[in-house]
Design a protein around this ligand. Structure first.
Ligand SMILES: Cc1cc2nc3c(=O)[nH]c(=O)nc-3n(C[C@H](O)[C@H](O)[C@H](O)COP(=O)(O)OP(=O)(O)OC[C@H]3O[C@@H](n4cnc5c(N)ncnc54)[C@H](O)[C@@H]3O)c2cc1C
Length: 556
């Protein structure tokens, strides 16, 4: 029996378990489905792409996407200590301040930018030093890249030449402009929630961490969460939580677990003969992800991956933590607005001094570079639903990519900016010919066809257990699940809307802020179901077809 059970040792779960265990009076159990240990491919920055598709990746796939020519898109998600933070690209971005004000205005009271900034600071050790927007002394180390590839410098120069502005800090109030990304690394090694929070906390006797522990459902006594059922190897066990169960299984894992446990749209649960504990239509809904269009050019310059693993480069990395092995691959970037009247950038450009057509997976050889415009705030909302009641079966994931005209138009604007940068000096003289996104595509229709053919996920799924006060909300602003007692969801799934940036730093911030909420909250009353508020901008109409859609897809 433990006071708190945290499900999932990812970016949020590691922070939560470690911080909770700072109080010696409470006992904490952290359960992680993935294997134990920290693989070298996670620690060495450039090697993370080799974890994708491995046993430490859930390797989800979406349903066929009508907006992407019926393609299924691969979604990586970490299945290891550190979760997706153990295999991501280490880019440190908080998003735009207005993202949090939008959360607050959509029912996330207490989650506006002014409220959350102190928690970004608490989590951070900024190697540039302390300033108005940055702090030193926190667990997660944020650093400038140790070695920048000449092609990345050329990208930044070309972006200025193409008219983009200069910014040395994408985490300041205005994001617009181009520069090199800061990365979550300490001394050239990945810094994430597992290494920065969990590793030092593991000596605490009140914290137990179990790997290879797949939570199959949350257990209830009437509407109170009393513990979890967990599969370890071939055995099933029930573990009791005295105070609370905290679900931090990620944007896919968390709604998947809630649905299996009887929390979700009643109609869908009954379809699978799951007893309804709380009828919450929003569980699995509101799914948002960042879609990118990787555009690549061959180049006369040797790219990042050429000789990256040569003896000389291995020695360089082992000795001084420098050279291509210290690179996060997506070294530089830019934020731009597709329309001048927008209040914040709606496009991010990622730059890799190598072929990164899959963005995350290993690429074919040859010298090249990639510019990938990313749609930051998709208009469409998708859904995660059950395919079966077995915990081992992946859920049905339908992000509804590019079903709105506006999303396509935004990416068309992104493609145009990327081409302008590739045509500007000094990149223009270094590049050869485009190899992806048909460089002969010229008309709007031709480029749209290329986008639908080539776009892929950058792995920032959020929103499937959203925080708010409307009828689609799953948790209240204290992250308590509506309609039940002693159960919270704390991870990227509670974001009401996608960020103008990547999602790891906001998830760690969320967990830091949740700790203060947990420490202050000693009442375990059931949270009344949210009122149906159809005037709320975040209420989304239920698509009556979703519950049966996966049957139609089955043979696809
Ligand atoms: C390829 C890729 C690159 C990315 N690059 C960046 C980047 O450069 N910068 C950035 O800020 N963000 C990046 N992200 C996004 C970021 O890493 C995630 O948004 C963030 O880590 C999510 O944190 P989380 O705690 O919500 O979930 P996760 O970190 O995914 O943690 C969930 C954990 O729960 C475990 N789990 C799931 N189900 C169960 C169960 N039933 N029982 C037990 N355990 C379970 C999982 O194994 C996992 O360890 C990237 C994502 C991907 C996929």
């Amino acid at each position: 029996m433990y006071d708190y059970i945290v499900v999932g040792a990812g970016s949020a779960g590691c922070v939560l378990a470690s911080r909770l265990a700072e109080d010696p009076r409470v006992t904490v159990l952290l359960l992680e489905a993935g294997p134990s240990g920290e693989p070298l491919r996670s620690r060495v920055p450039s090697a993370y792409t080799r974890l994708h598709g491995s046993a430490r990746d859930w390797s989800y796939r979406t349903s066929p996407q009508p907006g992407l020519d019926g393609r299924r898109v691969t979604w990586s998600a970490g299945r290891t200590l550190g979760g997706t933070g153990a295999m991501n690209a280490m880019i440190y971005l908080r998003g735009h301040p207005s993202d949090y004000d939008r959360w607050r205005d959509a029912g996330g009271t207490g989650w506006g930018y002014r409220d959350v900034l102190p928690y970004f600071l608490r989590a951070q050790h900024q190697e540039r030093g302390a300033s108005l927007r940055h702090a030193v002394g926190g667990p997660i180390s944020v650093a400038d890249p140790r070695d920048v590839h000449p092609l990345s410098c050329a990208f930044v120069g070309a972006a200025f030449e193409a008219g983009l502005s200069y910014t040395s800090d994408f985490n300041a109030d205005a994001q617009d402009g181009a520069w090199f990304f800061q990365v979550t690394q300490r001394d050239g090694v990945r810094s994430n929630a597992a290494t920065a929070y969990l590793r030092p906390a593991r000596r605490r006797r009140n914290l137990r961490v179990m790997s290879g522990a797949h939570v199959t459902r949350v257990l209830f006594d009437r509407a109170r969460a009393t513990g979890v059922q967990v599969r370890i190897g071939r055995t099933m066990q029930d573990v009791v939580a005295r105070r609370e169960v905290i679900v931090s299984a990620g944007a896919i894992g968390s709604p998947h677990l809630l649905l299996r446990s009887g929390i979700g749209p009643a109609e869908h649960l009954r379809e699978h003969r799951i007893p309804v504990v709380a009828d919450l239509p929003g569980v699995g809904g509101n799914l948002q992800d960042h879609l990118a269009v990787p555009m690549a050019w061959t180049t006369k310059e040797r790219s990042l991956r050429a000789n990256a693993h040569s003896l000389g480069n291995v020695v360089r990395y082992s000795g001084r933590r420098q050279g291509p092995l210290s690179s996060n691959v997506l070294e530089a970037g830019a934020f731009v607005r597709s329309r001048a009247e927008l209040a914040a950038p709606d496009l991010m450009l990622l730059f890799a001094p190598a072929f990164a057509l899959g963005l995350s997976s290993d690429e074919p050889g040859g010298d090249g570079f990639t510019i990938a415009p990313v749609l930051l705030r998709p208009g469409a909302r998708g859904r995660v639903t059950l395919c079966s009641t077995r915990a081992e079966d992946p859920p049905h994931i339908d992000p509804h990519y590019l079903i709105t005209r506006r999303d396509v138009d935004t990416l068309l604007a992104g493609v145009a900016v990327a081409r302008q940068i590739a045509d500007a000096e000094p990149l223009a003289t270094l590049r050869d010919s485009g190899v992806l996104l048909g460089h002969d595509a010229r008309t709007r229709e031709e480029i749209t066809d290329c986008i639908r053919r080539d776009a892929r996920s950058v792995g920032d799924a959020v929103g499937t257990c959203k925080m708010g006060r409307d009828s689609m909300a799953v948790v209240d602003p204290s992250l308590r699940v509506y309609g039940v007692k002693a159960l919270r969801v704390i991870d990227a799934s509670v974001f009401p809307s996608a960020m103008g940036g990547t999602a790891e730093a906001p998830t760690i911030m969320l967990a830091e802020r949740a700790i203060d909420i947990l420490r202050a909250d000693t009442t375990f009353d059931a949270v009344p179901l949210p009122q149906d508020d159809r005037n709320s901008p975040s209420v989304l109409p239920m698509n009556k077809g979703w519950a049966t859609a996966h049957y139609l897809d089955k043979g696809a």
